[in-house]
Design a protein around this ligand. Structure first.
Ligand SMILES: *[C@@H]1O[C@H](CO)[C@@H](O)[C@H](O)[C@H]1NC(C)=O
Ligand SMILES: *[C@@H]1O[C@H](CO)[C@@H](O)[C@H](O)[C@H]1NC(C)=O
Ligand SMILES: *[C@@H]1O[C@H](CO)[C@@H](O)[C@H](O)[C@H]1NC(C)=O
Ligand SMILES: *[C@@H]1O[C@H](CO)[C@@H](O)[C@H](O)[C@H]1NC(C)=O
Ligand SMILES: *[C@@H]1O[C@H](CO)[C@@H](O)[C@H](O)[C@H]1NC(C)=O
Ligand SMILES: *[C@@H]1O[C@H](CO)[C@@H](O)[C@H](O)[C@H]1NC(C)=O
Length: 623
């Protein structure tokens, strides 16, 4: 085997493994042992001014600011590595990127890459705690896109691995505004209407009926339905997703679901049925995305699109007569996590989304182009209340196509669209509900630029944004939007609803927000869940209310200020933190331990809508 083959298989296997979060190594040494060429002389390359760094990449350069200077203590580094496994891969990542730089240009065909990559994957997977049976699928799925990206870039290993959050980032202390600039160099100017226009304050009460009942908004997220779920198959297995007939393992799966598995259709049905029994029915529905299951090494475009369609058709059918506003998840596409609108496959996905989504709500004609462009849109729910749905896949570090974002015009188009929509809404006296899949502060899995842009945007329009709804983490969480992480002023709070799927340890759940009928600000929300262990044991699934926010956390109201105070109360009230953690997993029996370091970091997560904000918080922790 020559050096080229070795490096390519390392790249493939490791990148495939880490990309898929198949990261069960406890120790970087384990990986070293599995990959014999590890540490064969990679030297850190010069950072700034180095010709090997793509000079068109303002995005990369921003992250190498010489003023980025806060060092994370060894202890904190260990705590972070414990909580976020991807930080254990820093050196391996750097080495791989370096190897790509040196060798990939010589032969970047997939045929050349495939066989040795599979061999290494087979060798590495047992050490990572996974059965090698997924190797072929993983490499066939992720190899070609990875080569596509690597072939177009010359990357600085250190910067790239930080960018992709494989290394604990450093805090950038000189917050120059240039850091927030768009990825493209020539941002076309958009026409910004004078925000001081007198119309701005004019609400339109005459257009609104004056109801006294609250508006009920149902949020469903991360359904991840698995049509191959097989009761009685192993629910404890050594691959990513269990409860399939063809996996080896132990502990027969219950009928309704298991914490290591995605949900069967019949359990999704139980949840939806229970929603229909709640009176009065929701006024409208937000679906924050992710329909397909997590068997990512077995997937293809056809299957993904079929699941996307089945789920949308199912919701549309069951909630006949109620508008559903969707947003694109990271699993809707193929391979899951990857999305890059300049490529034809993703243009097809956008078209398909348009085709499916237009059945769900009255889509304004002028929004069709936006969905075809990159799956974002806006629509008026009722007079005075608007939805802004945006595509969050650009901000996700598992989407390695995002390394090409600096030359992706659709990202910039979406940003301009978001600003313009909010500006117009403000002039029209409308309130806005922002919906997206991946929350901006899903640290360390979101790019700092995403969080920074989002934080600024929400801060600029905080007076008209009434609700910000996300999913993706599968957990019940909230994230404060803080214009300056060191100060206690808040411009909003983003709610993250727990998933319908049990995958990754939580009970199936959905949520209903109650909005004031006139101002549209949320007054409370009710969190529902299905106790999956109980459902399996009794063979009788009963969906119950888990809690109501105001009562559960003793909140004066659901304002951002109240949630900011809640985060502060967490610091001194163990009972309250325990409550938050239990709810995070929707009352799951599978919730693991959260030690003191974990608790502090969890509190920081509630205070962060960007990587920078999160890092500011964790680096100030005295642990
Ligand atoms: C940090 O940035 C400021 C302003 O850009 C500059 O004047 C200063 O020299 C920088 N500090 C370091 C250590 O590079
Ligand atoms: C690259 O590798 C493939 C598969 O091994 C081979 O068919 C092809 O000739 C190689 N190309 C070059 C330029 O070496
Ligand atoms: C399950 O175990 C059998 C016997 O050890 C083996 O032949 C088969 O490949 C395994 N299947 C998977 C999916 O791991
Ligand atoms: C927010 O407002 C500031 C100050 O007017 C402006 O510089 C910035 O570009 C705006 N950012 C966004 C994302 O709207
Ligand atoms: C902690 O929070 C719980 C639940 O909200 C509350 O009952 C209790 O009084 C609080 N304890 C302190 C010391 O504030
Ligand atoms: C779920 O059911 C199990 C089994 O009946 C029970 O032990 C557990 O406490 C229940 N969880 C909640 C949150 O009620």
């Amino acid at each position: 085997m020559d050096q080229n083959q070795i490096l390519i298989l390392v790249l493939a296997a490791t990148a495939a493994l880490v990309t898929y979060k198949l990261t069960n190594f406890n120790n970087p040494q384990d990986v070293k042992n599995a990959i014999p060429i590890y540490n064969t002389g990679y030297k850190k390359t010069p950072r700034r001014g180095d010709n090997s760094v793509n000079t068109g990449d303002v995005w990369m350069r921003a992250a190498t600011s010489p003023n980025s200077s806060i060092e994370v203590s060894d202890n904190l580094q260990r705590i972070l590595e414990k909580k976020y496994s991807r930080f254990r891969y820093c050196h391996i990542c750097e080495e791989i990127i370096q190897l790509i730089n040196i060798h990939i240009k010589s032969n970047s065909t997939f045929q050349y890459f495939r066989a040795p990559a599979v061999v290494l994957c087979n060798r590495v997977s047992p050490l990572a705690g996974f059965d090698h049976s997924i190797c072929n699928g993983i490499i066939d799925t992720y190899g070609p896109p990875l080569l596509y990206v690597a072939d177009q870039l010359v990357l600085d290993p250190h910067t790239t691995c930080k960018k992709m959050s494989f290394c604990v980032p450093k805090l950038i202390t000189n917050q120059q505004s240039s850091k927030f600039h768009s990825f493209t160099q020539d941002e076309p100017q958009i026409e910004i209407v004078d925000p001081m226009s007198p119309k701005m304050t004019s609400t339109k009460p005459s257009e609104r009926d004056k109801p006294t009942e609250t508006l009920r908004v149902l949020q469903i997220s991360d359904i991840h339905v698995d049509k191959f779920y097989k009761p009685g198959s192993p629910s404890n297995c050594d691959i990513f997703l269990c409860c399939h007939e063809d996996v080896n393992g132990t502990e027969p799966a219950g009928y309704y679901g298991e914490y290591n598995c995605d949900l069967p259709w019949w359990t999704v049905d139980v949840l939806v049925d229970s929603i229909k029994q709640i009176e009065p029915p929701p006024d409208f529905i937000i679906y924050t995305g992710d329909s397909p299951p997590h068997d990512v090494w077995k997937q293809n475009w056809k299957g993904q699109l079929a699941t996307d369609r089945d789920v949308i058709d199912f919701l549309n059918d069951r909630f006949d007569g109620i508008n559903i506003y969707p947003t694109l998840g990271n699993h809707e596409s193929f391979p899951a996590n990857l999305y890059y609108s300049p490529l034809r496959d993703y243009q097809k996905l956008n078209k398909r989304s348009l085709h499916l989504w237009k059945k769900l709500f009255p889509l304004p004609k002028d929004q069709k182009t936006n969905i075809k462009e990159a799956a974002y849109y806006t629509a008026l729910v009722k007079p005075g209340l608007r939805i802004l749905s945006f595509n969050t896949n650009y901000g996700y570090t598992f989407n390695f196509y995002a390394l090409l974002n600096w030359k992706n015009p659709t990202l910039d188009a979406q940003r301009r669209f978001m600003k313009k929509t909010l500006t117009k809404a403000k002039i029209n006296g409308e309130k806005v509900i922002i919906i997206g899949h991946i929350p901006p502060g899903d640290v360390p899995n979101t790019f700092d630029e995403y969080g920074q842009f989002y934080t600024q945007l929400v801060t600029n329009y905080s007076d008209i944004i009434v609700l910000q709804l996300f999913g993706h983490t599968h957990r019940d969480q909230y994230e404060m939007i803080l214009p300056d992480p060191t100060e206690s002023i808040t411009s909003g709070v983003a709610f993250i609803a727990p998933s319908v799927t049990t995958f990754m340890g939580q009970n199936p759940a959905y949520r209903i927000y109650h909005l004031d009928p006139v101002t549209f600000v949320p007054v409370d929300y009710d969190q529902y869940y299905l106790n999956i262990t109980k459902a399996n044991a009794d063979h009788n699934p009963v969906v119950e209310k888990l809690y109501s926010a105001k009562e559960e956390y003793q909140l004066k109201d659901l304002s951002p200020q109240s949630f900011l105070e809640l985060s502060k109360r967490f610091k001194s009230n163990e009972t309250l933190v325990q409550r938050y953690l239990r709810n995070m997993y929707a009352g799951s029996d599978a919730m693991g331990d959260c030690d003191i370091g974990c608790k502090h970091i969890t509190i920081c997560e509630t205070l962060s809508s960007s990587l920078t904000a999160w890092l500011t918080c964790v680096s100030s922790l005295n642990i």
